[in-house]
Design a binder for this molecule. Structure first.
Ligand code: GL7
Length: 832
């Protein structure tokens, strides 16, 4: 081999500062095509990303080869959303070369922060559900589990949020505009996906009735692969995202008849499939394009999974021993009908055998009990878009209902609840029921949520299949959410207990003793303060507002939704503002209320709440009578990157959903791990956080899920009475309703006031207000004692080890997937 190539080859793998620097220069010139003098920050980001990517490719191939050679059972995580955020720091950190990279850039006169900041935030998801999928990818790779992510390569991720005159305005998020250095396009990995058409019945070779789907439109799914670097760089897994491509039929043969433009138009239309992420968070969309997206990526993924399986096998009975397919919510649930179609129609399996294989292969995670988020596609739509699947769903349903006990008992009401078809009103396919029936395991995402699943949405199914529902409490990856986002605290932790916690977060429990160590407390506070300064600077840049670093950073960051009750926090803010104005001589604990979060573009109430926060901020922040003791900021465009700055700086974590409504929450875990004290209801994973951190180290308030349920069952309550009996609540609401925050439009907040009063206050904001204020007071009181506050903050960090997503994926691996770690063989071409 030419010596020059050989040395380049070695250089590609070298991890020392000199090697990195040399490859940066080479990449800049030969791949980005720029001279160092002309290079922009973005050029440098692409350069560094490509050089880093070089360093994972060999190990990626080793990993894939090891899975193949061992014919290991793989887990396939099917998710319409992957909220990955930026990847540069993540890759460097998991490879263990952050410092080397920083020094190499330094020698080139570049700042690492500038390069990192030039990376767009990959927002292929809405919120918790999508971020959970990203944390699971990190954990599977870090645990050495053979895990693949399958999803859609949206050209436009979640919209960019800006505030114009205090209102949310959405702009397209063009994350791919300048290319994506992390991905590998696979133009040869293409699968056809069909829509529409009709079903033809015929007799197969042995004379049995069989079906084929004909006259359908076709789109191609093309793969893009992104390596997922596990911690330590040993295992590199794959995230495979599908992009829609028109078939060649659209491109040729239409020049003469005037249909050329029509053909081009068709091509564009069919490629719209992977154009944009639906910006809904836990709400039903009811759009045909969304159904097509769901089927598109599910079908392509299943075809790919079967292709991989058939490399080692000739029959299908072993599929469940080689593939575990996890449905991230019902979005890919059509996959159950699709696998049946592939097995029965294309591979000529008997129905019962196919059904057994399908059920043993799939598992389903439910992420919400909100009725509006339970997918139910109109039968007429599925009949038109996926005619063969509709037949298959009918068949599954008929066979199931024939066997149920309900039939035997003549309990028709129960039978109709179990049915895959909702017959009330327009007939619809209940995707949750399909997912349940077609899976061998079904899980909720926190202990409370799983219990409620058993008692509510899946009560009948649970009775029918008592072993199927299980709990897998969510988790978060400590790599991104502590090591990378919070270097100040993670370095402090490592100096005290070593770095074992990064790959085994249970070890962080060793910090418990340190809560009583005055020196450690001082250092812990110093780390927090450093993060608060960083956030204060960010707030100033984003909003122009100056906040006191020594105020309580009281943080509520999450999607804007009525059930998450940002309104409760706003009402407390107004009440506190009034108290400060009434008592100017009292020495108040300064408070900075930090909000961030996007509203679904069609969710008017949530957008009105955004406007209210901005209006309240305007009044409060400019009122000299509160002497800077209170500031309100609503940060624009909350995303993973913003979360990485906000979360490490929080003192108080707002987790205040109406009990029974937040399935788990994961922001609650990130904040507590970073040493914020939670103020929260007994909802979702808050219940388990309280068990782990201890009831003395968390501020719990409000009604329990059971109390909420009882109250609603007994016909609700009268918010007017509650308001009348609470002067500070009444005053705050009166101010909103009389236009104290909207002098330009005094009726602006009528819908909010209406919802909280005559509307019956469905989310129980007024009902929980008094107890929430009590908990807030307790928090402010504690904050006056920095030693005691810090002690509790340390105990939060130290007791959050269980909430690592490593623990969660290991539970799935053992109890749902039956997959085991594989140790890739790096003897061959690998580095080091
Ligand atoms: C969610 C839940 O609302 C959230 O509580 C949970 O933590 C998350 C991950 O399990 O899933 N369900 C849902 O539909 N979205 C969520 O974030 C959008």
């Amino acid at each position: 081999m030419d010596a020059r190539y050989k040395s380049r080859d070695i250089e590609r793998r070298s991890l020392d500062v000199d090697g990195l620097k040399r490859s940066f220069l080479e990449w800049l010139v030969y791949s980005v095509g720029k001279d160092a003098r002309a290079a922009t920050r973005r050029d440098w980001f692409h350069t560094v990303a490509l050089a880093v990517r070089d360093r994972v490719v060999d190990r990626w191939m080793d990993t894939t080869r090891s899975y193949y050679q061992e014919d290991a059972k793989r887990v396939y995580y099917l998710s319409l959303e992957f909220l990955i955020g930026r990847l540069l720091t993540n890759s460097l950190s998991n490879l263990g070369i952050v410092d080397e990279c920083r020094q190499a850039l330094d020698r080139l006169g570049l700042s690492m922060e500038d390069v990192v900041d030039a990376e767009p935030d990959a927002a292929l998801g809405n919120g918790g559900l999508g971020r959970l999928a990203a944390c699971f990818l990190d954990s599977m790779a870090s645990q050495g589990l053979p895990g693949y992510g399958y999803g859609i390569r949206y050209e436009f991720g979640l919209f960019e949020q800006r505030f114009e005159n205090g209102w949310q305005v959405e702009y397209p998020e063009q994350w791919l505009q300048f290319g994506n250095p992390w991905e590998f396009a696979r133009p040869e990995v293409l699968y056809p996906v069909q829509f529409y058409g009709r079903v033809e019945e015929f007799r197969d070779s042995v004379g049995d009735r069989a079906y084929r789907w004909v006259d359908a439109d076709r789109v191609l799914a093309m793969a893009y692969d992104t390596p997922v670097v596990g911690y330590g760089g040993d295992t590199i897994n794959t995230l495979r995202l599908w992009s829609a491509r028109a078939t060649r039929d659209f491109n040729f043969g239409h020049f003469n008849d005037g249909a050329y433009m029509k053909a081009v138009e068709q091509k564009i239309l069919s490629e719209n499939l992977s154009r944009v992420l639906y910006p809904n968070d836990a709400t039903e969309t009811g759009k045909e394009l969304r159904l097509k997206q769901e089927y598109f990526f599910t079908s392509a993924s299943l075809q790919d999974i079967l292709r991989r399986y058939l490399q080692h096998h000739t029959t299908f009975e072993n599929l469940p021993n080689k593939a575990a397919i996890q449905l991230n919510d019902t979005h890919p649930a059509i996959g159950i009908a699709e696998l049946m179609r592939l097995l029965v129609d294309q591979h000529a399996l008997r129905w019962d055998d196919a059904w057994e294989i399908t059920r043993a292969t799939f598992a389903y995670t439910n992420h919400t009990l909100l009725p509006e988020a339970l997918e139910a596609w109109p039968v007429r739509m599925i009949e038109r878009v996926l005619p063969r699947h509709m037949q298959i769903i009918y068949e599954i349903n008929a066979k199931f209902l024939n066997r149920t006990k309900a039939r035997a008992d003549g309990d028709n009401a129960r039978l109709s609840r179990l049915s895959l078809i909702d017959e009330r009103g327009e007939r619809r396919v209940r995707m949750g029921n399909l997912a349940f029936l077609g899976s061998h395991k079904v899980n909720g995402v926190s202990a409370l949520h799983t219990e409620l699943m058993k008692q509510t949405v899946f009560a009948d199914f649970h009775e029918e299949f008592p072993d199927r529902i299980n709990n897998k409490t969510n988790g978060i990856t400590p790599r991104r959410w502590l090591k990378q986002a919070n270097p100040a605290l993670s370095e402090l932790i490592t100096t005290r207990i070593g770095e074992g916690w990064i790959s085994d977060l249970s070890q962080i429990a060793a910090l418990r003793d340190k809560a009583d160590d005055v020196v450690f407390r001082e250092e812990f506070r110093r780390a927090k303060r450093k993060n608060k300064k960083r956030l204060a600077a960010y707030i100033a840049r984003q909003t122009g507002e100056e906040v006191l670093v020594d105020s309580i950073f009281d943080v509520q960051v999450k999607r804007m939704h009525e059930y998450k009750r940002q309104l409760l926090n706003v009402l407390h803010t107004i009440a506190l503002y009034n108290e400060m104005r009434d008592n100017p001589t009292v020495s108040w604990v300064p408070v900075t209320k930090v909000f961030a979060g996007k509203a679904a573009p069609s969710y008017h109430m949530a957008k009105l709440i955004i406007k209210l926060i901005n209006d309240v901020a305007k009044v409060v922040n400019h009122d000299p009578s509160v002497h800077d003791n209170l500031k309100v900021v609503l940060l624009p465009n909350y995303n993973v990157t913003a979360a990485e700055i906000i979360i490490p700086a929080a003192d108080l974590s707002e987790q205040i959903s109406t009990a029974g409504m937040e399935a788990s929450g994961t922001g609650n875990m990130k904040l507590a791990l970073n040493g914020a004290l939670t103020i929260g209801t007994l909802d979702g994973a808050n219940v388990e956080i309280r068990e782990h951190v201890g009831p003395d180290n968390i501020f719990i308030f409000g009604m329990t899920a059971e109390e909420v349920n009882d109250l609603r069952a007994s016909g609700g309550f009268n918010p007017r009475e509650v308001i009348a009996s609470n002067p500070s609540l009444k005053r705050a609401l009166d101010m909103i309703s009389t236009g104290a925050f909207s002098p330009d439009d005094r009726n602006r907040y009528h819908p909010i006031v209406q919802a909280l009063t005559d509307g019956g206050d469905h989310f129980l904001v007024t009902a929980d207000f008094a107890d929430y204020c009590r908990a807030q007071e307790a928090a402010m009181h504690l904050y006056r004692d920095p030693e005691e506050w810090t002690r509790k903050a340390i105990l939060n960090t130290a007791n959050m080890g269980w909430f690592s997503s490593d623990r969660t994926v290991n539970e799935y691996a053992g109890e749902v997937w039956d997959v085991h770690p594989v140790h890739p063989n790096h003897d061959g071409e690998g580095f080091r």
